[in-house]
Design a protein around this ligand. Structure first.
Ligand SMILES: Nc1ncnc2c1ncn2[C@@H]1O[C@H](COP(=O)(O)OP(=O)(O)O)[C@@H](O)[C@H]1O
Ligand SMILES: [Mg+2]
Length: 227
């Protein structure tokens, strides 16, 4: 479903050139639960940003669900992103003035669904992620783990093909991080959503069905850990 071929990305910052990706190729199937692992600076965020159509590659190709995205315009990329991809970030990235309910439902409201449908889907999903009764709290009134549950719900509400999670547990204690991984795995099992999550934490890697290690912008190893 995602075919990445010989992807290169260099950042030019004044005099310095950083080769963040130096020829990454990967084939990712529908419904995979894949971890992109590697030390800080290995290129994880760069790779997720390219898959997520947040940034563009210098060369190489990414085919997302049959769409070659590497040659698309910025505007087209926004549409692909909206339709197909959900994001979860390390620092949750919720909108502070909105409640849990509003953070999750916002994207549905933008898609033009009826109020009734928006409410039904949002309340159901908030319940599934374990936030029943907390719908009207703002992020500041939720724990880190609860905020990340809101973020997972927000990523899933539009039923995307792929959820990209960039170090989703990095700002959580290990027990809370584990509960977020279990939630993502459950969503992967029940909805068939493809999850790609980056980490440098061994506990997180242990949850992956497939572990792809990056080092200095190259794939160092790629192993399937369960069928
Ligand atoms: N916007 C940027 N400008 C310059 N260099 C960058 C930028 N983003 C990332 N880099 C560099 O690219 C390399 C890969 O970064 P990144 O993809 O963020 O790795 P990771 O997420 O694995 O820590 C690092 O050396 C980093 O310093
Ligand atoms: Mg990163």
């Amino acid at each position: 479903m995602i075919t990445i071929t010989d992807l290169h990305k260099e950042y030019i910052d004044g005099e310095s050139h950083v080769r963040a990706l130096r020829g990454v190729s990967l084939d990712i199937g529908k419904g995979e639960f894949l971890s992109i692992a590697g030390p800080s600076g290995s290129g994880k965020t760069t790779l997720l940003n390219l898959i997520g159509c947040i940034d563009t590659a210098d060369s190489g190709s990414i085919i997302l669900d049959g769409d070659e995205v590497t040659s698309r315009s910025k505007k087209e990329l926004v549409n692909i992103r909206r339709e197909k991809i959900g994001f979860v970030f390390q620092d949750f990235n919720l909108i502070p003035v909105l409640t849990a309910y509003e953070n999750v439902s916002l994207v549905l409201a933008l898609l033009g669904l009826s109020d009734r449908e928006v409410k039904k889907r949002t309340m159901e999903l908030l319940k599934v992620v374990g936030l029943e009764g907390m719908e009207h709290r703002r992020p500041a009134k939720l724990s880190g783990g609860q905020q990340q549950r809101v973020a997972v719900a927000r990523a899933l509400i539009k039923e995307p093909l792929i959820v990209l999670a960039d170090e989703p547990t990095a700002n959580l204690d290990s027990a809370t991080g584990e509960s977020i991984l279990k939630l993502m795995k459950e969503m992967n099992n029940t909805r068939g959503t493809t999850f790609i999550f980056s980490t440098h934490d061994q506990m997180v890697m242990d949850y992956a069905d497939r572990l792809c290690r990056l080092h200095d912008g190259l794939v160092e190893s790629d192993e399937v850990r369960s069928a």
